[in-house]
Design a protein around this ligand. Sequence first.
Ligand code: SF4
Length: 63
Amino acid sequence: MKVTVDPELCEGNAVCEALAPEVFAVGNDWQAKVLAPEVPDADRELVRRAAESCPRLAIMLTG
Ligand code: SF4
């Protein structure tokens, strides 16, 4: 599974980072960065939850 964040939609509220800190980190620019674009199997469920919880629906999952 791959994960990306749409920078046009992300508002940097860090909901994703709180749920999956191994995969997302919000920088000083208030943008979520993807630390692990190829999601480790152990983090798949957390990343799915982060995508569902993102208030801006900025997280895209493929594969
Ligand atoms: S939860 Fe969504 S809007 Fe918030 S920082 Fe993460 S990607 Fe951006």
